[in-house]
Design a protein around this ligand. Structure first.
Ligand SMILES: Cc1cc2nc3c(=O)[nH]c(=O)nc-3n(C[C@H](O)[C@H](O)[C@H](O)COP(=O)(O)OP(=O)(O)OC[C@H]3O[C@@H](n4cnc5c(N)ncnc54)[C@H](O)[C@@H]3O)c2cc1C
Length: 398
């Protein structure tokens, strides 16, 4: 593997690329991981099967915790103007008593978090990566043909050419695993229907999490709009998506009573929801981060925040290795996987527990939930813990 490496844009024939770390998947987690290593001596190749900018049509808006904002800032990928701050979060249940309000005063922070479109987040990370090229090799439109993991060799096809990449570590950041054999999968049989709606009057930087018998319903302030994540049983999502704007807004109003009103609505899209937890996070010369390692229900907005912590902590461990070390060495990878367990399993249990506890209409559970929300509202230490859990992950524990 000593042939000179042509710049990514000039590969015109079957070629080889010799590198240290190959990252499969240039979603936000893969891009953040590559960026976090940009100032180290490691040579990094980041590849994605999509062309650059394919995220432009993604309708998701992500709630980014304060911790995520700080990490993105350190990566040079925080865009203040693209994020809408959250000052308060109102949590309640439909058809039952109890509510809790979390606000910035609980944590003495300027904002509990920010809401940003997936596409703006991806564009900010991509712009930061563009400034680091050629230290980071970014290959778009690459279909992975084979991974010879023990040797960390990856063969990809791009158009008519075949590229053989020799590395010492393969990091998987290609999103939710397709093969059920590699992951514990629980299908929630729910879909998240996404839309943007205009609140009347303005949102005042308040986010809403409303638990309904159908599933959780979140409103996240985004610019002048709310980004809606409307969870419903899978068999009802097509009907909800097909409603005209007035009927969709009426369905939303019906979930909130007279608390909220809306004046306009954008297009809808539906996303099937499942919990996928990869059984192993490391193998010889391989590691899995972000959604490739765990895909969570979107309730309480944990997925990307957790994936970024995966990426950051793995990059930190690799960067701390003595000069000349092998980045695919088993011991540091295993130590990273062990250290990430509490955050990963805690976040999965937190989101899964909320969905199971709240997505039903059983009277005794409704009463217990109401008491829980009331207790949360009346007991600041408990409320602070929940807020810290959402912001810092496992580090929320004292
Ligand atoms: C409705 C909804 C709402 C959400 N809301 C929030 C929220 O509020 N807050 C939050 O933190 N998270 C939220 N999430 C979760 C968040 O979207 C994910 O956790 C995050 O996108 C994971 O990023 P990733 O880079 O790991 O994976 P992805 O975003 O899935 O990116 C994977 C990348 O890998 C590429 N790829 C796939 N296969 C291959 C292959 N074989 N070879 C090469 N490249 C490949 C893809 O093209 C893509 O670019 C939400 C998710 C949903 C569905």
């Amino acid at each position: 593997m000593t042939e000179p490496v042509p710049p990514a844009a000039l590969l015109t024939h079957d070629a080889t690329l010799d590198t240290d770390i190959v990252v499969i998947g240039a979603g936000p987690v893969g891009m953040a991981f590559a960026l976090a290593l940009a100032d180290t001596p490691w040579r990094i190749a980041l590849l994605d099967r999509q062309p650059s900018g394919a995220w432009a049509g993604d309708p998701r808006a992500l709630a980014l915790s304060h911790g995520t904002r700080q990490l993105l800032g350190r990566l040079g990928a925080w865009r203040e103007q693209a994020g809408t701050p959250i000052h308060t979060i109102h949590v309640s249940q439909q058809g039952g008593f109890g509510r809790t309000l979390i606000d910035t005063a609980d944590l003495a922070l300027p904002a509990l978090g920010h809401v940003m479109r997936y596409r703006d987040l991806a564009a900010a990370l991509a712009a930061a990566i563009a400034q680091r090229q050629p230290a980071l090799q970014w290959l778009h439109g690459c279909e992975t043909l084979a991974i010879d993991a023990g040797d960390a060799r990856v063969t990809v096809r791009r158009g008519a050419e075949t590229l053989r990449i020799a590395a010492r570590l393969v990091v998987h950041a290609e999103g939710a695993p397709a093969a059920a054999t590699e992951a514990h999968v629980f299908d929630y049989r729910q879909h998240a229907v996404l839309a943007e709606v205009r609140p009347r009057p303005g949102h005042g930087h308040r986010a809403w999490e409303r638990f309904t018998p159908d599933g959780p319903l979140a409103l996240l302030p985004l610019g002048e709009n709310y980004s809606v994540v409307f969870t419903v049983p899978a068999e009802r999502s097509a009907t909800l998506c097909a409603l005209d704007d007035a009927s969709f807004l009426a369905a939303l109003r019906a979930r909130f009573g007279r608390r909220l009103d809306f004046s306009a609505c954008g297009p809808r899209s539906a996303w099937p929801l499942a919990l996928r937890l990869r059984r192993t996070r490391v193998a010889p010369r391989e590691a899995w981060i972000g959604n490739a390692a765990q895909t969570l229900h979107p309730v309480s907005g944990q997925g990307f925040n957790l994936g970024l912590r995966d990426a950051w902590e793995l990059a930190e461990r690799l960067a701390a290795l003595p000069p000349g070390s092998d980045p695919g060495e088993a011991a540091p990878l295993a130590a990273w996987a062990r250290a990430r367990n509490a955050d990963r399993l805690g976040s999965a249990a937190f989101t899964d527990g909320i969905v199971r506890l709240f997505s039903n209409d059983l009277a005794p559970l409704r009463a217990a939930r109401g008491l829980g929300l009331l207790a949360l509202d009346l007991a600041p230490p408990l409320r602070h813990f929940v807020a810290r859990r959402m912001i810092w992950g496992a580090r929320a524990w004292p």
